[in-house]
Design a protein around this ligand. Structure first.
Ligand SMILES: [Zn+2]
Length: 420
């Protein structure tokens, strides 16, 4: 018997033995999967029920843009909505335990600082806090890992706050604490427009702009308070300045891998390694443009094709600038589904796999960007479909313990470090 045959025989014995073990010993603990025993892991997990594994895990989504819907559209997310990607009914169906609501100040409408930007952030924080206060049977306003665990044990959803773009701190260091005191637990220094103190991946100035001294002081103040620094949307120089300045784990709340989908919003392999070294987590976004190779170029073509249609919808809307944007987005939603190739949950897991291969399973999580994007993957289209992610992870050989880390366990670990 050659060496290969011996190995095959040994593997067969291991697989058979594992199946027998899982049959005769209820709750036989699943071992951590690695590349060598992937076949064994598949045999173990195929005996387990994906839905019960999903329900058992504490699922924490790091990013949705539903706060703007609450504020601008006055949607009642206690009911199942017929549009959008997120509400309490679908979140419960999807087994979600905690949701970070993005507090997003769009610079084009509200400025990169000043009273309007501050008010826009404060108004969104107020609607999320009101949601939790008015519906304590559904929501638990959370600021820590302990709060999230309590929400999960009480069958509620933890509602958390994150600032997307540092516009609302209005270049004043004391405002970092002001937002911390209002419950904000992460902040990205810039969204798609650079500030004077932090470069964005979305504009030209960001290509060379990192953090200036004020920006570094903002990161230090966040570290001191226990507010996570989010690198999603920042420029490459800003990313490196953050990693070098922060003394706490750094996170990306909704990003993916540039090695698979080459867009500036995504992280290079070197960045993923550096972020993991801080103890942080890359939370993979569910947005096709950041997941699928070549999709971004196709979307640009479609944007050109539908430009007139989008403008007409905007002109026909009699409301304010926010409602005109909503009208434009509705056309995009409809036309992207019609004109762009579908992307599936398997592609999300390709990004998770890539990160796991680079830095291990302790540094990956989820950040859907639901309600912040005009199109989602076909089989993880709304929060209700979250169990499909677990099914795909299990199908690829991830163990129950791995799934639990990816769905939220890794972020709970980071948050526990912050509060110490
Ligand atoms: Zn974003």
């Amino acid at each position: 018997m050659g060496l290969t045959q011996k190995l095959q025989k040994t593997l067969t014995i291991v697989v058979v033995f594992t199946i027998l073990l899982s049959i005769f010993i209820p709750g036989c603990p699943q071992k951590h999967m690695n590349q060598e025993n992937q076949n064994t892991a598949v045999a173990e997990t195929s005996a387990a029920d994906p839905i019960s594994i999903h329900q058992k895990a504490i699922a924490v989504d790091m990013h949705v843009d539903t706060a703007q819907r609450l504020l601008d559209e006055h949607v009642d997310i206690e009911q199942q909505l017929s549009d959008g990607h997120f509400d309490a009914v679908r979140a419960k169906a999807g087994g979600l335990d905690a949701q970070f609501f993005s507090i997003w100040v769009e610079p084009q409408l509200f400025g990169i600082g000043g009273a309007k930007a501050v008010k826009r952030a404060d108004d969104q924080i107020a609607v999320v806090r009101a949601l939790a206060e008015q519906h304590p049977e559904t929501w638990l306003l959370a600021t820590s890992a302990a709060d999230i665990r309590r929400a999960a044990s009480e069958g509620k959803i933890g509602a958390l706050l994150g600032l997307e773009g540092g516009y609302a701190i209005d270049e004043r260091i004391e405002n970092v604490k002001r937002y911390y005191d209002l419950g904000v637990r992460y902040m990205s220094p810039a969204w798609s427009v650079s500030t004077s103190w932090a470069g964005s991946s979305g504009d030209d100035v960001g290509a060379t702009r990192g953090l200036n001294e004020f920006g570094k002081n903002v990161v230090r103040e966040m570290n001191r308070l226990g507010m996570m620094v989010d690198v999603s949307h920042v420029s490459d120089p800003t990313f490196w300045d953050i990693v070098q300045t922060s003394t706490a784990p750094v996170v990306a709340t909704h990003s993916a891998c540039r090695a698979i989908a080459d867009v500036p919003r995504n992280l290079t392999d070197d960045m993923i390694r550096a972020l993991a070294k801080t103890g942080g987590v890359v939370n993979v976004i569910f947005y096709p443009e950041h997941l699928e190779p070549g999709w971004s170029q196709k979307k640009k073509q479609v944007d050109a094709e539908i430009a007139t249609m989008v403008q007409d919808a905007s002109a026909a809307e009699s409301g304010d600038a926010v409602h005109k944007k909503l009208a434009r987005d509705r056309v995009r939603q409809r036309e992207y589904v019609r004109r762009l190739p579908p992307v599936t949950v398997a592609r999300i897991v390709d990004h998770i796999d890539h990160i796991v291969k680079l830095v291990g399973v302790d540094h990956v999580g989820i950040g859907s960007d639901f309600d912040g994007v005009q199109i989602t993957t076909s089989d993880l289209a709304t929060v209700a479909d979250l169990p499909n992610l677990t099914k795909e992870l299990l199908r690829r050989g991830y163990s129950e313990s791995d799934v639990s880390k990816i769905l939220g366990g890794n972020m709970l670990r980071v948050m526990e470090q912050l509060s110490h």
